[in-house]
Design a protein around this ligand. Structure first.
Ligand code: GLP
Length: 260
């Protein structure tokens, strides 16, 4: 597990975008796993800038999003398909048919989830999976107590996550309790995981993910078992890490070629 501490979230977002862009330049037909939430917004903004100003092309890239709310149409203002359309898909040269978000309106949910897994396999697996972090340590919508071997499936949100995600919904509208999410086992098959967490409200989850015991109560702690996981945090999110000086030192001493 590599822990990169940067001063600010903005700096972290630029670095995350740089790592994603590097993956796309190295392999133009990369398969990217994508995340939603507030944290990735400046990352997508930087990728859009690179597309417009530096010729970064997503023409041959495929994408798979982590999750979606059940019952929301793709054009609902809080749907993750709409979020992706607004922040990335609609602003770069991604082929629409190669962008995948679980279908929140699927009639047959188990079949839809099985198909999502199959589509990931058919695409050759995820090269780089971008992850955010829930304040309770969730990744995707895998809430605490999720099976660490889980696959894409229906989950029920905790009241805590419902409250945390309410700002994304129009006033007065209920947040769905059900979601579809890639499983933890699905996420762990990505060849590289890049988790980003910024801000003081993530500090406890970051410390438990990196330095706590591996437990289903902190789903992100499974990344301790991933052969290539990068955890990118800002000062505020990293302030409860006991070994933060060591992580800073490791990164400072890294040869440039290894920083990528
Ligand atoms: C939601 C998403 C997660 C995301 C989390 C944190 O629950 N399903 O993928 O990581 O929110 O979001 P934020 O970045 O807004 O804190």
């Amino acid at each position: 597990m590599e822990v990169i501490l940067v001063e600010t979230g903005q700096e972290g977002a630029l670095l995350a975008a740089h790592l994603i862009a590097r993956q796309v330049r190295l392999r133009p037909d990369s398969v990217l796993g994508l995340a939603t939430g507030a944290t990735p917004i400046p990352i997508y903004a930087e990728l859009v800038r690179m597309h417009r100003e530096e010729g970064l092309s997503f023409r041959r890239v495929s994408t798979f999003n982590l999750d979606e709310y059940v019952g929301l149409a793709s054009d609902h203002p809080a749907s993750y398909r709409r979020y992706m359309q607004e922040h990335l898909f609609g602003r770069v040269d991604l082929a629409p048919e190669r962008t995948h978000v679980p279908d929140g309106l699927a009639q047959d949910i188990p079949a839809c989830c099985a198909r999502y897994e199959e589509q990931i396999r058919m695409a050759g697996g995820v090269d780089l999976q971008l992850l955010g972090l829930g304040q309770d340590g969730h990744i995707g919508f895998n809430e605490p107590s999720s099976s660490l071997a889980s696959r894409t499936r229906l989950k029920t949100l905790t009241p805590h996550t419902v409250a945390a995600n309410r700002p994304g919904f129009p006033p007065g509208e209920a947040v769905p309790r059900h979601v579809l999410t890639m499983g933890i086992g699905t996420i762990m098959e990505a060849r590289r995981c890049l988790l980003v967490a910024f801000g003081a409200r993530k500090a406890s989850a970051v410390a438990r993910m990196v330095e706590g015991p591996l437990t289903a109560m902190v789903p992100a702690s499974i990344l301790q078992m991933h052969p290539c996981a990068t955890i990118l945090v800002d000062e505020a999110a990293g302030r409860r890490l006991r070994m933060r000086r060591y992580y800073l030192d490791v990164y400072r001493r890294k040869p440039d070629w290894q920083k990528e």
